[in-house]
Design a protein around this ligand. Sequence first.
Ligand SMILES: C[S@@+](CC[C@H](N)C(=O)[O-])C[C@H]1O[C@@H](n2cnc3c(N)ncnc32)[C@H](O)[C@@H]1O
Length: 249
Amino acid sequence: MRSELTPGEVVLVGGGPGDPDLITVAGLRAIQQADVIAYDHLSPAEVLADAKPGAELVSVGKIPRGRGTPQTEINALLVDRAQRGLRVVRLKGGDNFVFGRGGEECEACIAAGVAVRVIPGVTSAVAVPGVAGIPLTHRTLTQAFTVVSGHVPPDDERSTLDWDAIARANTTIVILMGVHNLAAITDRLTSAGLPPNTPAGIVCRGTRDDELVLRGSLIDIAQRASDDGVVPPAIVVVGAVAALDLTSR
Ligand SMILES: C[S@@+](CC[C@H](N)C(=O)[O-])C[C@H]1O[C@@H](n2cnc3c(N)ncnc32)[C@H](O)[C@@H]1O
């Protein structure tokens, strides 16, 4: 992985799941060299302290269900700064290509003739359950995991997911952006045949000092989350592995 940034280049940097120590070495080197950093609310803010003096730091975060910078404006900002010959970092939480709009930003750069490349990040989809003691695969329990977005409820016309197939597939199910639709999602999985006593867990603010982990089953995890006032960011894990707690706490 080339660690020097080139003037006029955009680099998509994955910031990792939250703990600032979980950004990659290459990602941190890019932060240190950037003239411009466009960052989101889920990217680890602490790493911005490593930006060079005078670097332009632009918050383009979108609060879930709240206001945010339109994607077209973010694309335009990246292209504009690169065309001025600046070294541009687009910093996201986790990995830019996992529900991170990284593809759209690459396309915008390519269309504008701007050089773009990716420094991958540690995605929260794997790291957040892992740090909470939930492995997504475990020999004897499951041989695969499925990562889905719970951003729209299963019966919403915008949903492109086949929830029956997901329920049948016998994989660990990892749901991102599912807090608000959790009851609808667990109902849908149950009606598709997943046993109500299937273990389920939810990890909020994973890898952070104020991480919260709740455990239960498919039938009660939504109620537990609601009772505990769970708000995003949180990841829900459904499947036999969610009963494990591989921490020594
Ligand atoms: C728009 S997606 C971005 C995912 C990111 N690109 C990644 O690879 O981790 C945002 C969702 O990721 C999950 N997430 C990200 N960071 C998290 C954290 N520290 N703890 C729990 N969930 C997190 C939540 O489900 C949140 O709603």
